[in-house]
Ligand binder design. Sequence first.
Ligand code: ATP
Ligand code: MG
Length: 171
Amino acid sequence: MRGLLVGRMQPVHNGHLQVIKSILKEVDEVIIGIGSAQLSHTLKDPFTAGERVMMLTKALSENGIHASKYYIIPIQDVACNSTWVAHVKMLTPPFKYIYSGNPLVQRLFIEAGNKVTEPPLFNRETYSGTEVRRRILLDEDWESLVPKSVVNVIKEIDGISRMKHLSKKEA
Ligand code: ATP
Ligand code: MG
């Protein structure tokens, strides 16, 4: 049995990892859809889909989750919400369960006849992409909110300089 989790993962953080672990207690395989895959180089969406695949792959490996347990599928946005579920299904292996805390994602899958489960949130005040990005820009401790391998990827791609550069105002 397979379950699907969709998130932008800008960047991957400890909350994503914990929810993936809890999903894997309920299903044999988890499909992780990287949402808004076309976006990068903005303050809300700083990292490319490829960079996010790298973060996720390394974080799962670091946590002993074998590659046979998951699929990572980048999913671009579509202009039309009413066709989004079909678009997702075109890209992913078949799945029975869908896990999402996002009301729009929940609604679209419910209307398509899928069973939607709201996964538990872990330390939501700090384990959030918004909080990680905020701390990166302000030189606060962000490294404790993400897996070590994600710290390494962000450093390898010079992600901190990228975000600080993007936050500048044009003179
Ligand atoms: P952003 O603040 O950029 O929206 P985010 O932390 O909400 O980032 P997303 O990639 O938008 O991360 O999250 C996608 C999904 O990941 C959510 O709908 C939720 O199911 C799950 N998720 C995110 N944070 C947590 C968390 N702290 N605990 C458990 N699940 C989480
Ligand atoms: Mg979110």
